[in-house]
Design a binder for this molecule. Structure first.
Ligand SMILES: [Zn+2]
Length: 258
């Protein structure tokens, strides 16, 4: 790495002994990077709130080799994303997105798609256009479909994952968690970890998977469909990662305003 200048979003911070801190950044050019901040009080005095979770910074980093812990040698805030800390709901949602990026990324492995996904999603939340929890639910579903795609776990929705046959468009399909996609009844190997998706859920999942962020709120989705998609995606995340996510709990109702 040597000396490098890149953009970074703060994923998490952890206090170490003697006022030092371990900061995990998600960077545009180096993927996930751990940085030690010596004497966090001094660092905070120098860099202000830029080392808090969610903040998007321009950073200068140094490490001798790709294996060493990096040192922070400069930091300038680009987007503080203050509003993500304004409500319990927004904070929970933003933390959930960070947790997903953390789980689906590797140290020192750049993935510009994931960096842009996170930055654009935070910008949308920060702009205040989402308004309702239902819209946040749409963002969450979309975000998960995209991060699965960008990290090599894209779910297969167009044809049977085994025989590649396209299912009839007007009938429910079966989604297999172990196969990561839909499967026709002839190819079913076991009865475990299967979900039946009705035509509405299946159609909207495919639409969401293909859509870009600006179109997200134009997709007409009933709350029940959004919730069905979220349940499927959460089961799938749990299946491939082997655990549930810490931030999962906050997000159970889509009925109220944020
Ligand atoms: Zn098949």
């Amino acid at each position: 790495m040597g000396f490098t200048k890149t953009e970074a979003i703060v994923l998490r911070t952890k206090e170490l002994r003697e006022a030092d801190s371990l900061i995990t950044l998600y960077t545009r050019d180096w993927g996930k990077v751990q940085v030690v901040a010596k004497g966090l009080r001094k660092v905070k005095a120098r860099y202000g709130a830029s080392l808090e979770m969610f903040t998007h910074n321009q950073v200068m980093l140094f490490s001798k080799t790709d294996k060493d812990m990096a040192r922070l040698t400069g930091c300038q805030v680009m987007h503080p994303f203050y509003s993500l800390r304004e409500s319990y709901f927004k904070y929970g949602m933003a933390s959930y997105l960070l947790e997903l990026v953390d789980k689906f990324s590797e140290y020192r492995e750049a993935n510009q798609d994931i960096f842009n996904l996170l930055g654009k999603s935070f910008s949308l939340m920060d702009a205040g256009v989402l308004q309702t929890r239902e819209n946040y639910l749409s963002l969450w579903n979309w975000f998960v479909l995209k991060i699965l795609d960008y990290s090599g776990y894209k779910i297969s929705l167009e044809s049977c994952i085994q025989c590649k046959e396209k299912p009839a468009l007007n009938k429910p399909v079966v989604f297999s968690l172990p196969d990561g996609g839909i499967t026709c009844r002839a190819c079913l190997k076991s009865q475990d970890y299967l979900f039946e998706l009705n035509t509405e859920v299946w159609t909207k999942l495919r639409l969401l998977q293909k859509s870009a962020l600006p179109q997200l709120l134009d997709i007409d989705l009933a709350v029940e469909t959004k919730l069905a998609i979220k349940i499927l995606l959460e089961k799938y995340l749990q299946f491939i990662s082997g655990h549930s996510f810490n931030c999962q709990e906050f997000f159970y109702t889509a009925a109220n305003k944020s």
